[in-house]
Every structure is written in C-alpha cells, then in structure tokens.
Design a protein around this ligand. Structure first.
Ligand SMILES: *Cc1c(COP(=O)(O)O)cnc(C)c1O
Length: 463
C-alpha cells in the first residue's frame, strides 16, 4: 500500500514510513493512494470475530507488506488486551432507535486509547528493527496527552515530551499524565494556552538544530495510523446491528475531524453507511463548512466539551482532498490561502462530494446539558458532555427513521464529573481500575512560555 500527500509534492511512502513521519514534508497529510474494498460477502464473513481479530483483518490492506498477518494479529491482541470490556467497544441501547458505541474502556477513559494503544506498539515494532529512537513531542488540551503517555510509557525506543497549558486541563486529565512514572515520559506544564503549546510543538518540528539531533515523531491525529485503527469500530458496530445487510447512521462528536473521517474510510471500503453526522459544540467551523461551504476560523470559546474546542480541524483537509478530485496542487493552493486569511470557501465538488455522506449539527451549552439529562432521565445512562453533543445531533438529524443511529461515546462520564453533575445531579465515580488516581504522586516540570525554555529542556533531557 502506497501513501500520498494531500498537497501532492511529498514523496509517496509505505505504511511504516507514514507511521514514523506523521506530517508529510510538503505540509500535507498522508492518505492511501487508493481505498481497499471489501465485498458485502467479505464483510458478512467478518461477523463473530473477536475485536482484535477483526482489527487485524481491517488493518491488513493498509499495512501492506510492512507487517505479516501473524505479526499484526499479535499487535492487535496486545493493544486491546488492556481494555476493561471484553468486547473492547461495546454497544449500549438508549431507545428503539438510538445506540451508543462505548469507546472509553481503555486505560485513560477516552476513545483516543483505541488508536494510541496500537500506535505505541507500531512505533516499537518499526523502531526496534532499526535500532533507532523516536522522540515524540506533543501538546495536549487533555485527552491526547494521557492516552499517548499511557501508550508509550516504558517502551524502549520511544520517549515522549508532552506539553500541557498550566492550570487549564482538568485535575483528572493532568493526573492521568503526571502520575505515570517511567523514565521515557516527560511532562511539561507551560505558562500560556493550548494554542501557545501547540505553536511551540510546531516550531520544534521545523527547528533544524533539534531535528539534526533527534528524530521527532507525532501522536496527534495527523498520523494516519491513528485513523486506520479507528475504522475498525465502525465495522464492529455495523456487524453487531445487522450489517452489512442493514445500513446505519453514525453521529460523531467532532474536533479535529479524525474520528469521523475514519467513518468515511469505512464507507469507502464498502461498509454500508447511510449518514455520518458531524456533531460540533459552539466552536462550529465544521458545521458551517458542511452546511454552508464557509470554512472560516474565529476565536475558541471554552465549553464543557474541551476536546472539541478547536478552530482549525486538521483532518478536514483529508476529506477535501478525497471528495474534491484528489488534486494535490489545487488543494495546496487552497490551504495556503486559508492559512493566510483564516477563511475559505469549499469548491462545488467538495461541497457536493461531502454532502453525499455527511450532515452536521451543533449543540450549545444548554443543548449539551439537555441531552445529558434526557439520556439519564429517559434512558438511565450517564453520558459525558462530548457524547451528549453527539446524541443531540443524532436526535435532530434528518435520517430515514428505519435506520438505527449510533452515537460514538468518546469519553467516560467520570472524566468530566462537574459538567455531568451540573446536568444530571449525579456525580460519576472513577472506575475502580483507576480509582487511586488522586493518591498517586505527580511528576512534571513547569516552564515559562518561551520557545527557548522548552527547546532547551527537550535537548537536555532527551535520551
Ligand atoms: C479528541 C476528542 C474528540 C474529538 O475527536 P476528533 O477525532 O479530534 O474529531 C471528541 N471527544 C473526546 C472526548 C475527545 O477526546
């Protein structure tokens, strides 16, 4: 399998290459040159497989010759062994029509574990053969940091420097990062906002003094391997609910457009999907883009669903490329003008291509709370605020009433206890397996919000 950049001028790479590279060197994102297809018979034959076995089957065409089927099966078995539910991503039923796909049974209680547990093992697999070390540098507003740290803690050929904005992540989120004690884990609290932390990470990637000494890697969802791992649960849900004979709709709480893009990939591979519903909070650039063709960034409004508080949605570029004719040169021009003006119009081809599968809706803070209350009072289910935004969009969506609608539950309610308690009166408790989080000792450094301080800290502490 060969991967090409959405901006057309970076070299094509194989799966190992895109996993270690993250971003393409022309500023674009990697995608398979063509989509592997499964026939309806082939999809039907996947029914009854365990989650790790299903994962290996779905991932194999993307991995190509970079791993043998046997090796890949061993990695998926190991990656999903640490999930607290045997089904890994079980389905819950809310009412006759609405289902929730629980993606939060991993070690850090958010869906990012599903992809990052796999990515950590892929890094190790590809690097140990080469005897090389990868230095991961990332910035987090909460969930990515803890999931990435958990996934790579203790690995031999990988170290991680994770920046979080001091005082601006929740206590649960911070402790999930800072209580992991492993020599290859480095937590940094910086003065400033998440955007400041993110900007420093981008500078590190572009700093020749750093890249001459260290091989820098990425764990955010620009990394193709993360999206690949997320395709699997769309198949798993469909097979549980009558697929491939019966079509489903999915409602996806969306920030960087990685999770819902994995649904688009599943559809491209042949999985019958009626609709993908992109659910946003009041930071609704994607809802405006999909409903009106207006992709323009403003300023971030903090909400009860912080992992969706974004202005620019990196993976949307992958959709624009795939539905807009796969013209890398034209997309490079479009993205450069967006970067300069912070606004652009979608082309007709992009709008029409997206409209065939995607629809969108937004939820404000009151609607988010209302959805949490409805799920609790009518269905007896506690949902986290991100999932509640997905449910709000699912209940609004204009989808054939005979089609089941599956809302992706992206975080455990205990990760956002204050918002859940405000909406429902119930304070969700942490699951027993991480119940001693507040008794564990934390370890992190605090740095001023200057690039030099962060760069020097990384150079001094990298292995
Ligand atoms: C990261 C995250 C999202 C957004 O997912 P994207 O793939 O960035 O669209 C939604 N909910 C939760 C809880 C998250 O951690």
């Amino acid at each position: 399998m060969e991967y090409v950049s959405t901006r057309g001028s970076a070299p094509a790479l194989d799966f190992e290459g895109v996993t270690l590279a993250g971003l393409a060197n022309d500023g674009g994102l990697y995608l398979p040159r063509e989509w592997p297809r499964f026939s309806q018979e082939e999809i039907a034959a996947l029914a009854g497989l365990s989650y790790p076995a299903l994962a290996a089957r779905i991932m194999q065409p993307f991995v190509g010759d970079c791993l043998t089927p046997e090796r890949l099966r061993r990695l998926t078995a190991k990656a999903y062994d640490r999930f607290s539910h045997k089904a890994v991503t079980p389905l819950g039923q809310l009412d006759e029509r609405h289902w929730v796909l629980e993606l939060f049974h991993g070690p850090t209680l958010a869906f990012k574990d599903v992809a990052l547990q796999m990515l950590g093992l892929l890094f190790e697999e590809f690097l140990s053969g080469k005897n090389e070390c990868l230095t991961i540098v990332g910035a987090t507003s909460g969930d990515t940091g803890s999931a990435a740290i958990d996934a790579v803690a203790g690995l031999e050929n990988v170290e991680i420097f994770m920046l979080h904005p001091k005082g601006r992540v929740s206590d649960v989120q911070r402790r999930q990062m800072t209580t992991v004690r492993a020599p290859n884990v480095h937590n940094i609290a910086i003065e400033g906002s998440f955007d400041d932390a993110q900007a420093m990470v981008k500078r590190i990637f572009a700093d020749g003094d750093v890249t001459a000494k260290l091989r820098i890697g990425a764990v955010n969802s620009i990394n193709w391997a993360r999206l690949m791992a997320q395709v699997v649960y769309y198949f798993a849900a469909s097979l549980q609910l009558g697929g491939p004979q019966r079509k489903l709709a999915f409602s996806v709480p969306t920030g960087n457009f990685g999770d819902v893009f994995a649904g688009h990939v599943a559809a491209r591979m042949g999985l019958p999907i009626e609709r993908l519903i992109v659910a946003t909070n009041v930071n609704d650039i994607l809802h405006r883009a999909l409903s009106q063709g207006d992709y323009s960034a403003g300023t971030v409004t903090p909400t009860a669903a912080p992992s969706m508080d974004i202005q620019v949605s990196s993976n949307f570029e992958r959709l624009l490329f795939d539905v807009g004719g796969r013209d890398g040169a034209a997309l490079a021009d479009q993205m450069h003008s967006f970067n300069a003006q912070k606004a652009m119009r979608l082309t007709n081809a992009q709008r029409e291509g997206a409209a065939r599968l995607f629809t969108s809706a937004r939820a404000d803070e009151a609607e988010t709370s209302q959805a949490m209350r409805w799920a609790y009072e009518e269905c007896g289910q506690l949902l986290d605020p991100h999932t509640a935004i997905g449910l709000h969009a699912a209940r609004l969506a204009d989808v054939d009433p005979t089609v089941p609608v599956v809302t992706l539950a992206t975080a455990h309610p205990a990760k956002f206890p204050d918002a859940v308690e405000r909406a429902t009166g119930i304070r969700p408790g942490l699951p027993a397996r991480i119940g001693d989080l507040f008794a564990r000792e934390e370890s992190y450094v605090e740095l001023p919000g200057t690039y030099e301080a962060v760069r020097d800290h990384i150079l001094e502490n990298a292995a």
